[in-house]
Design a protein around this ligand. Structure first.
Ligand code: PMP
Length: 361
């Protein structure tokens, strides 16, 4: 079989080396004669692995000591509820930045628990879809926290600035960009991310939370969403998603071996530049996001002649380029190019796109 490059937005491609290692040790993990899936999360071997994975993650992201790292269930969507329920206490006011589909989904969920003050930052820049810079975010003076999504997986827009809002608690949904480049964790109160893009398989959710924010949860909060309960039990209050945790741990080791997030940031920039340049230089394809807000993870693009969409998808699949169909909200195509996608995959995509344009242009 020819090499396949998988552009799925999530669950997404995992590093080939990680999959090979998991394959090798699948039925006999750490000499136990059994797989990691079949042992207790309270066994010494699993707890050692869990500790190691947390150490590696802390190293990758330079997570300060006053932050807890939680390995949870529930994905990004569970955090849409967990964030207000953990942070608001008796307050009902939180600022929610609306920059796209996922930020908006977080707002819809938050409405059940508080009165989110919605700050719509979507704008047009030279006729292209863009987002207002942080300096123009009209935050309210008394909100308990500010929630935003730095990378909109569907819209293909990103906010790369690091927040600097003095004493405000900033909460960010990093689901589709955590571990793709260095970030300054100390700027945030809470960072959360479902694993199934840059981190590992679906099932695991990472939460990085500043310690002083833990402990003001509302009484009715289900225990499995309670940061205090999760922290107190080292993320093992209930049975954690053990296989997803283990595999994410292998991804952390792979990332460290690649040179960490500085190196990943460079590679991801190079991949994105390569693809956007090819789109910009063509009359056949276009991306309608303002350059300052273009996502380095999810690249939506449209064909000038939309009647060719089905053929593009059929031929790209046959060429080993999988999962390029855009989300129904945006239409067209979308190439998700997370950490595990090599530059060679992006080059193969661009070669295909140019060839397709020559044949059908
Ligand atoms: N936030 C973002 C930015 C996402 O991309 C997604 C999923 N694609 C979610 C939240 C929802 O995540 P989950 O399906 O893990 O609940």
């Amino acid at each position: 079989m020819n090499q396949v490059f998988n552009f799925s937005s999530g669950p997404a491609m995992l590093p080939a080396e990680v999959l090979r290692r998991a394959e090798q040790e699948l039925v006999n993990w750490r000499g136990l004669g059994t797989s990691v899936m079949e042992i207790s999360h309270r066994s010494k071997e699993f707890i050692d692995m869990a500790d190691e994975s947390e150490r590696d993650l802390r190293e990758l992201l330079s997570i300060p000591d006053n932050y807890k790292v939680l390995f949870a269930h529930g994905g990004g969507r569970a955090q849409f509820a967990a964030v207000p329920l953990n942070l608001l206490g008796a307050s009902r006011s939180a600022d929610y930045i609306d920059g796209g589909y996922w930020a908006h989904s977080a707002i819809d969920e938050a409405k059940k628990y508080c009165d989110p003050r919605v700050i719509d930052i979507k704008t047009r820049i030279d006729g292209l879809r863009g987002l207002k810079p942080m300096s123009e975010w009209d935050l309210s003076p008394d909100s308990t926290y500010v929630h935003y999504c730095p990378n909109e997986t569907i819209d293909g827009v990103a906010i790369d600035e690091m927040p600097a809002f003095a004493d405000r608690t900033v909460v960010a949904d990093y689901s589709s960009t955590l571990l793709s480049r260095p970030i300054d964790v100390s700027r945030y109160g809470v960072i959360y991310a479902g694993a199934q893009k840059n981190i590992g398989p679906a099932g695991l959710t990472l939460i990085i939370v500043r310690e002083d924010l833990i402990g003001s949860a509302r009484q009715e909060l289900p225990s499995i969403l309670d940061y205090q309960v999760l922290a107190k039990h080292d993320s093992m209050f209930n049975t954690p998603p053990t296989f997803a945790w283990y595999l994410s741990g292998l991804v952390f080791k792979w990332l460290l071996a690649q040179g960490g997030l500085v190196e990943m940031g460079k590679r991801n920039q190079a991949k994105a530049d390569y693809l956007y340049n090819a789109i910009d230089q063509s009359d056949f394809y276009r991306n309608d996001v303002a350059p300052a807000n273009r996502s380095r993870m999810n690249v939506p693009f449209l064909l000038a002649d939309e009647t060719l969409n089905a053929l593009f998808l059929e031929e790209s699949l046959a060429a080993g380029l999988h999962a390029l169909k855009g989300h129904r909200v945006v239409g067209g195509m979308r190439a998700s190019i997370y950490n595990a996608m090599p530059l060679a995959g992006v080059q193969a995509l661009v070669d295909f796109m140019q060839d397709f344009a020559r044949r059908h242009g």
